[in-house]
Design a protein around this ligand. Sequence first.
Ligand SMILES: *Cc1c(COP(=O)(O)O)cnc(C)c1O
Length: 731
Amino acid sequence: MALETTITPPLANELLCSNRFGTFFGVTQQVFDTVWGNLTNPTGNTVAYISMEIGADPDVFHPLKNFLEQQETYNNSDPQLNSLLQKYLHGPRKIPNYSGGLGVLAGDTLKSFADIHIPALAISLLYREGYFSQIVDSKVGQIDHATRWRPENTPSLFQLNDPQAPDQPLTIDIPFYNGQPKPTMIKAHVWMKMEIADRLDYFVPEFLLDYSLPDAPMWVKDSAHQLYNAKSTIIKANQRRMLGSAILPLLETLGLTAGTIHLNEQHGVTVTLHLILQELQATFGEAFLDIATDADIHATAERVSRKIVYTIHTPVKAGHDRFSRDLYSTISHRTFQRILNLLAHDDEVGHEYNFTAMAMRINRAINSVSRLHRDVTKKQFPAFSKKIKAITNGVHHLTWISDNRSTCFDQIPSLHNWRENPGCFASMSSQDLPQLSTTLQKAWSQDNQRLISYINVMLKSHRDQMIETWIDPPNHLSSLPETEWLHPGVFTIGFARRFSTYKRADLILDDIGRLSDILIKNNWPVNFIFAGKAHPADEPGKSVLKLILDSQKELYTRSNGLGKLIFIPGYDMCVAKIMVAGVHAWLNSPKRPLEASGTSGMKAAMNGVPNISIMDGWWVEGYHEGLTGWKFGHEGTVEDADLSETPDSLLYTEDANAFYELLPSVLEIFYNQPKLFLSRALSNLQLNIPIFNTHRMAAEYVKQYDLQLDPQLEVNIDRFCQLYQSEQATE
Ligand SMILES: *Cc1c(COP(=O)(O)O)cnc(C)c1O
């Protein structure tokens, strides 16, 4: 659909571009100027997307590297270009600035903005120690340590320079009020990650603030190096401020004019304090604090609201920031306290500020991330019920469809433009189905082999490294002969996500005896593959992870070696991509309705892999009986008790039993009716790719940004919106 005109691909040396902040690589100067020109246009006809984390590792999507690899090998006389080429072709491939679904969604969204040419920029933080790196020891469980990475060496990441002193990094001054009338100015450097469109004809800049400077005060250093550092509440509050307080100074220093600010979760919501402060000063002058009444502050907040779009991502309490009023008085300003008293009061806990409540109050649109989540959010925040809408999440199809599946789709005539238009799967010609079935089956088995050999290599390396590292291999299989390791073609079920207790990673291990009996009865071998990190401060989450490790031997023994339970340490986007394409089914076992959307199941669906899932989040919309996969467990209208996260309210027995009742029918189809099993994959392509992709989701958001776009772009956005209307159904 978009961009039907053919464009001649540029040469590598035409992809150098620059402006007063430095020299960059990846798009032509013309594209660069167009994008930058839009973002600095005085009309402010653009959106700034604010997120605490952005997950966009180059190893899972890197159109520029693919392009360079297709070119002749370079022997370029330009040393600057040569070193860039080396970096892009062989450089590191991770940017560990994310912890899980929220960050990956942000990255996928920005990639879709780039592909469909939305004038957008993003703002986040740069964490020199990332989130954390995970080691797993079978006796100890999860061990966390700082992630080592060097932004300097990372392709597509550039430090901005000071236009006045081009050999110096650009420094911006950010105001922090620490209980005094005047702010302390804190310095940050700025990195720009270019999120480049699949066709290299557009990009979205992500500005990452780097506060880890040598001269920074201790409290800044403590809060800057690690994402979601939870060593103290003050560190947590400071991390939020580092994002929220930097937005206006960053936009101003770079001359960016965004008319809309989209808060991806409430983490950056303190930007509204600064916006209100600015307006009060402009209206009432320096004595504003004595002159402005509460009604004036409300009216000012109302005006600021018009700039803000807000997306809430979870009904889980830990996702909603609350800070005690006493603590906040030490890190704010009298005006901020007045604003917070009026707009961040917590109706349940009087001595706390509730930042979710504040984000609910100051915005022009509130979005939830699935239809069920919309209904739950309305129940949790009845005062805003009328405003809360659903825009169901998606995933960036070009990131998550495996190379083997991509090659397969490329061969199908009616899917010729699947890269530009994921909607085309809905109108696939029936004549193409036989060919698609054959090639898809082949691609699926190649991806399964890839996953299995990835795991077998891992088992060996854990065993070999034990002598040097003293780490007990996290998998029981490492201690068995290699003939007992994994074999392709065995039914393989995957589960990978953060280890929060409500996600119940251990649900299907509730009764290992019963699970083993199911396998033994029909002599069905099954591989269960798990991965995921527990937040270092989440002791219950770490216990669930340890329980998976502790169950391996028991399952293996009781099922006579039929059930193999594997844990892959170091879950990241690359592991996710290998898993979602390599398994035969994707498992999702949260407590309903606490998984607001879930996106890993969508990544599986993009590859045609059916889900076996609780009726929660996106699956309420993606499940079609007898077509896209299977459902199990508790359903029905959501009651207040369903929102509880206490251990005894997590419904283990009931939902685990439902899983054991379902499992034999899934295995029966896989082992005895392979054609029927394959048809589940085709249904996922036809029914779920057109809906659960971020092109469609981005288009639904663009409608809320009120951008004035050129007519051809509007037409494309309307077409994506027509693929699905998230808001349509109500309970
Ligand atoms: C997709 C993804 C997630 C999110 O998975 P959910 O099913 O939404 O919990 C988390 N981590 C990584 C690395 C991912 O790729």
